[in-house]
Design a protein. Structure first.
Lengths: 248, 238
């Protein structure tokens, strides 16, 4: 009775063992097939994306050329007219463009380089070791409060409606995505900007959390204007109806 | 006999042990493969979104390029008289001034009223977070207590007493107005774990009201809000 019972137990166990081993093998084989199929799909997607990106870049350059040609044509027509009124208007337009952040500019300022705490990326709570949108927002705010006149992040000019939005490991600015390292350039009085950074609470927290922060001042740095080749200004204000306009 | 019994027991224990290990392994590998394929799917969705975005961009840019090219050709062939050029300059001037936030504008959007509770005061970070969320939802004009948000607008708490916006002091309550797609903006504020959740946790009283005719004034600038005296315009080729 006891021997028979033991045999039955052993038998059941071996059956189970066999079953489990075969399931395991099946899962592994399945997984391999799935992964290779997925890789094929996403590789194709990546290829298509790269192709389109290249295509769009070429088109962007062409648009920039056409915009420049338009500018030159306008200017030549204005000088042909020899009209003081038109020249004044043209100069006024350029001033407003400068104020709106549509013109590339140089000036004194600070360059801030930020990178995630790379060496520590492996450890448990990675969330505090990476740069967040709120960090960038707070830093920009500190710089603005210290009288910054033009700011760019990774070459993306900050204008009135520029967002800084975290999406996974990237930050979205002006609808374009950027990954670390981030380079913030702020033009203004370098001493005031630097002082603001040194007393910035947020920057202190970031340094404490081992975010890599590098700051240097310069007498002349370039900040590009908003790229208007890949987006039409009008689409950014399609919902706005202008109420007052003293421009005739 | 006792030896035989011990041997059997050991064998049985071994079988049980390996069974346990294998079961655990099996469970883990199925679990793992599920999260891995979940990640793969997420990545693929992101790639597809990116592809669609790029295709849309291409179509828009192609249209714009054709338009520009044709207009340039027209100018070259027919020239422009004084009136044409005045109209063009005026149109662009209004556009750029609107973009910079210098003009009064009207449109559909949201009116958000925000009042602090007794526990926490509203800080600069809260307002920054809110307007960033609105910007990300494609807001086209924003104001806080009728201070137009322009590129270099600061929102800065001064020792929890008041908040400086465009160089002026404000305290709770705050009225934030935003023009854009009302539904899209409201959705992004109400997202789970979004700003509204955060604000409720801080005991702020908030109401969001959709409207077809939000009016937002141009920036009130005494010369200190939009400054460019340190900037030298440069025409840099790409």
């Amino acid at each position: 009775m006891s021997a028979a019972y033991k045999k039955i137990v052993l038998f059941v166990m071996f059956v189970l063992l066999g079953l489990i081993v075969s399931i395991q093998v099946k899962v592994i084989i399945n997984e391999r097939e799935k992964v290779s199929a997925k890789n094929l799909d996403s590789n194709q997607l990546v290829e298509q994306i790269e192709e389109l990106q290249a295509q769009n870049e070429i088109l962007e350059v062409e648009i920039q050329k056409a915009l420049k040609e338009r500018e030159e044509l306008t200017l030549s027509v204005i000088s042909d007219q020899a009209s003081y009124e038109l020249e004044t208007k043209y100069n006024q337009l350029n001033t407003v463009k400068l104020q709106a952040g549509l013109t590339g500019v140089t000036g004194p300022g600070v360059i801030i380089r930020l990178d995630d705490a790379a060496a520590l990326r492996q450890i448990t709570n990675a969330s505090i070791l990476i740069i967040h949108d709120s960090d960038i927002m707070a830093l920009l705010n500190d710089l603005k409060a210290a009288g910054a006149q033009a700011i760019s992040i990774n070459g993306e000019r900050i204008v009135a409606m520029s967002e800084q939005l975290c999406a996974g490991p990237t930050i979205r600015i002006n609808r374009n995505r950027y990954t670390v390292p981030f380079e913030i350039i702020a033009l203004g009085d370098p001493d005031l900007l630097n002082k603001a950074l040194q007393s910035s609470e947020r920057l202190a927290y970031m340094t404490r959390d081992r975010i890599v922060v590098n700051i240097r001042t310069s007498r002349s740095i370039y900040v590009p204007g908003l790229n208007t080749a890949n987006i039409k200004l009008g689409t950014l204000m399609s919902n706005l109806e202008v109420l007052d306009s003293d421009i005739r | 006999m006792t030896l035989d019994k011990t041997k059997r027991s050991i064998a049985l224990a071994l079988v049980c042990l390996s069974l346990g290990i294998i079961l655990a392994w099996q469970y883990k590998s199925i679990n793992n493969s599920e999260t891995a394929s979940g990640l793969e799917n997420l990545r693929e969705d992101q790639l597809k979104d990116e592809l669609i975005q790029l295709q849309d961009d291409y179509a828009d840019m192609l249209e714009r390029f054709t338009e520009l090219k044709n207009e340039n050709e027209e100018i070259k062939e027919q020239g422009m008289n004084e009136n044409d050029i005045r109209d063009r300059l005026n149109k662009e001037l209004v556009e750029v001034k609107t973009f910079a936030g210098m003009l009064d504008v009207m449109g559909a959007g949201l009116r958000i009223n925000m009042k602090e509770g007794s526990t926490f005061s509203i800080q600069d970070d809260d307002l920054l977070q809110l307007i960033n969320e609105l910007r990300a939802a494609d807001a086209q004009a924003i104001s806080i207590n009728d201070e137009r948000i322009v590129a270099m607008t600061e929102i800065r708490s001064v020792s929890s007493l008041y908040i400086m916006i465009n160089g002026n002091r404000y305290t709770s309550p705050y009225e934030i107005k935003a023009i854009g797609d009302p539904q899209k903006m409201e959705n992004s504020l109400n997202m789970i774990g979004g700003v509204m959740d955060d604000f409720k946790g801080l005991d702020f009283q908030i109401s969001i009201e959709k409207s077809d005719s939000i009016v937002i004034g141009g920036v009130k600038d005494d010369g200190s809000v939009i400054k460019t005296d340190l900037l030298i315009p440069v025409d840099k080729e790409k």
